[in-house]
Structure formats: C-alpha cells, structure tokens
Design a protein around this ligand. Structure first.
Ligand code: TRP
Length: 456
C-alpha cells in the first residue's frame, strides 16, 4: 500500500474483530433509546424513510471514507488529518477537522453517560420487581421519580464514566474485543423476544403502520433524521476513523462498512417494532420524548411470563451496548494524548474522563434543578435545556458538518490514486463510492442544512 506507517496503539486481530468493534460502537443508546423517541416526536413513517435514505446515501459512503482515512493515517484523527494533508501536499489546517471531532465526542459522551446511567438504574429496578403488573401511569411516575433526583442520576453517571475509563485505559484490544463478540448477538436475541411480546399485544400492526406509513415532515424533522444517521453509525467525529487506524491494510473496507450499517439499522428497526406496539396498546404518547423506552418497556416486562428476568437481561445488555459505544467516543482524544503528550493510556483516559464527567453534570441537572433554564438555539426558535442543546448541537450540526468535510477530504483533497489504493475492491464499487462521496453525499448534507434553516 501507499504508506508504511504502523499504529503505536496496536492492531485488531482480524477483520471480524474490527467489524464487531465498529458495530459495538454503532449499536448503542442511539438505536434503542434515541431512534424510537425521535421517530415518535417526528411523526413516524416519513422520518424513518429519510433516515434510511441517509444511511444508504450519506452514511455508508462516509463510513468508508472514515475507515479509509483512519487506516491510511494510522494515528488519532487529529494526527491522521495532519499527516494525510501533508502527504497529499494540502493545506495543513485540515487538522482542525480532527479537533472538531474530538470536541464532538467529548460533548456527546458527557450526556451519553447520563442516559446510560438511567439504563443501569433500570437493571436494579427491574430486578427488584418494581414493574410487576405495572400500569402506564405507574411506569411513568417511576421514571419521573428517577430523573427528578439529581443525586441518583449523578451516582449512576459517575459509575458509567468509571467503567468506560477502565476499558479505555486498558487499551482497546483486551476489553472491547471480547465483550462485543459475546454481547452483541445476545442483545439482538433479547430484542427479538420483546418484538415477539409486542406481537402479542394486538397492536403490532399499529406499530408497523406508524413506523412505515409516510406522513408530513418539516425541515427540522429531516435534519434530525440526517443527524441521527450520523449519530447511530458513529460518524462525523473520528470514532470510526480511529477504529480504522487499528485495521490492517489487507482487509476490504466496503464490505465491512455495509455489514456494520446493516447490523445497526436492523437493531434500530427492531427496537421500533418492539416499542411502538407497546406504546399504542397502552394509550401512550409516541412523542413522549427521551423517557419513551423507560416508560414503555417496563410495562412489557411487568406483564409477560419471565418478564423480570428478560427485563433485567435487556437492561444489562443495553448498558453493554452503551458501554461499547462510549469507549469509541473517548478513544480519539485518548489516542491523541498518548501520541502527542507522551501520557500513559491510564493517565490520558482518567484526565479526559474527568472533564467529560464534569460537563455531564449539566445534563444531570437538565432533568431536575435546571429543567427550566433554557437557551434559544439559532434558527431553531425553540427553547432547549442544556441536555437538548448539547444533543442538538452535536448530532444535528457538528456530526453532519464533520461528515461533510470528511467526504470533501476523501473525494476532493486526497488524490484518486491514494483512495483507490485503500479501497481496492471491485472497480464498480469504487466508482460508485466516488460518485456518491464526491457529489451526492456533500450535496445531500448541504440541502438538508439549507432546508432546516428555511433557506429552501
Ligand atoms: N453510535 C452510538 C449509538 O448509536 C453512539 C456513538 C458512539 C457515537 N460513537 C459515536 C455517535 C461517535 C457519534 C459519533 O448509540
């Protein structure tokens, strides 16, 4: 290949392991917690359709670009951008794309950890039998009671950050590889079980109809669908790039990207099929917001045979899914500190983890003492809490912007020769990728941005 760099952080043992790790990064709270509630808030069918289109036309090409850039640079996204810009004799300021990614990952993890904390607390609530025979109102008030208690949220947020730092500090290989191989298939199995329960509610088709029947959508809904395509595939901030930097040169990138995107999409759709029938069967509101899965799934667990066990397993797996995602959010920053500051992995993970934890306090308070402290976001004309602001800013602005520039870098800045070397696959696939990433992907991202601000 065109360079003889090696990563100082090590290499995945096989391509399968890379696919599993990247799938572990992709499949997380985004699929099971976020996808259903934003689908509910944005009216269902058309939102899902836009999301699927964005996965295919924007997500997969950008994922290939990220893996390719990472593997070619073989360093943290910051140093990779610097090295490749230099190698291609381009403007060194491309390095800021790496910095923006590190910032986005840090901000996302700060709130991601708080929500993962909810899932942790639900493991124990379910195990304690709190949901046996629960009504919709009961499940709702149990959720409200949790989020209105800042101390409890803080405790779980702290525990989640600690376990995330523990894995990252040990290096990616020993921890994540093993966990992911075992846990992802299990999560899939449990989701299927809940879908089967959802079929028994008698409202399964209502759920399906909600997910797949087109309805009205506005510019903001389209932006949220696109932002979510980035979020759910872990794109636009260097997470997949840094995972790509641990991938050996001989493996095919296109196939890997397609498999990862497919697995991620199937999990999200299954989550939707599990949740919406329960929503309709219990007369709940699909647009209930971030608490949606916590208010619906316990009803299912409280009424099905063996529900306590299934519920406990489900929330445990959700925590694992969040865990394998959280690691990838912090890895780019840790890799950079190790490369440039000479820090040990342990020191780098703890210091970045500490700052992330601190910023997470804002999200902890967003659901209770700061509930009414809101900010107005440009172009949105809506008042958002600290948590909503972070979520909106990262998922809908920083990630698509990062992705747009990654596409431009891969398609217009890198020489065709370089990308062809990395993506050596069937010529037709390479051609298709290049057309997508050169024209379609950037155009689509820009159109969505313009539509969201009402310019078109
Ligand atoms: N994709 C994960 C999810 O759906 C979250 C995540 C992990 C992420 N790494 C990321 C989002 C990088 C954006 C960028 O839960």
């Amino acid at each position: 290949m065109g360079n003889n760099r090696t990563s100082i952080h090590g290499q995945w043992t096989s391509r399968t392991v890379f696919i599993l790790a990247a799938t572990g990064s992709a499949v997380g709270l985004g699929n099971i917690w976020k996808f259903p509630y934003i689908t509910g808030e944005n009216g269902g069918g058309t939102f899902v359709l836009v999301y699927l289109l964005c996965i295919a036309l924007i997500g997969i090409p950008i994922m290939m670009a990220e893996i390719m850039i990472g593997r070619r640079g073989k360093q943290s996204p910051i140093n990779t951008m610097a090295a490749l810009a230099k190698e291609e004799r381009r403007n060194p300021s491309w390095v800021w794309l790496g910095w923006m990614g590190v910032a986005a990952g840090f901000l996302i993890l700060s709130y991601y950890s708080v929500i993962a904390g909810w899932a942790m607390s639900y493991v124990f609530r379910t195990a304690g039998g709190m949901f046996l025979g629960v009504t919709a109102d009961g499940a709702n008030s149990i959720f409200t009671e949790l989020v209105s208690d800042p101390e409890r949220l803080l405790a779980w947020h702290t525990i989640f950050m600690v376990i995330t730092i523990m894995v990252v500090a040990r290096g990616v290989k020993d921890g994540i590889e093993k966990a992911v191989t075992l846990l992802m298939p299990l999560l899939f199995g449990f989701l299927l079980l809940i879908v089967i329960y959802a079929m028994s509610t008698g409202y399964f088709m209502d759920g399906i109809r909600f997910l797949f029947t087109p309805g009205p959508i506005d510019g903001k809904g389209i932006l949220i669908a696109m932002g979510h395509a980035f979020f759910t595939l872990s794109l636009g901030m260097g997470a997949i790039m840094v995972y790509g930097s641990y991938l050996s040169d001989q493996h095919s990138i296109a196939q890997a990207a397609i498999l990862i995107a497919l697995a991620d999409t199937v999990v999200a759709l299954l989550a939707g099929m599990a949740i919406f029938p329960i929503v309709f069967a219990n007369g709940l509101e699909p647009g209930a917001g971030p608490g949606l899965i916590f208010q619906t799934l316990p009803i299912a667990f409280g009424h099905m045979d063996g529900g306590t066990l299934i519920g406990v397993m489900f929330f445990v797996l959700l925590v694992f899914a969040a865990w394998t995602s959280a690691i990838s959010l912090i890895e780019p920053a840790v890799a950079y500190m190790v490369e440039n500051k000479g820090y040990s992995r342990i020191y780098a993970s703890i210091s970045i983890g500490f700052f992330t934890w601190f910023v997470g306090l804002g999200t902890v308070f967003s659901f209770n003492i700061w509930k009414d402290k809101t900010l107005t976001i440009p172009f949105l004309f809506e008042k958002l809490t600290f948590f909503d602001t972070l979520d909106y800013l990262t998922a809908n602005i920083m990630l698509p912007l990062g992705g747009l520039f990654i596409a431009i870098f891969a398609a217009w800045v890198m020489r065709e020769q370089s990308t062809r070397e990395e993506l050596a696959t069937f010529p037709i696939i390479y051609k298709l990728w290049r057309v997508l990433v050169r024209y379609i992907t950037p155009l689509a991202v820009m159109v969505v941005f313009l539509k969201a601000v009402g310019a078109i």
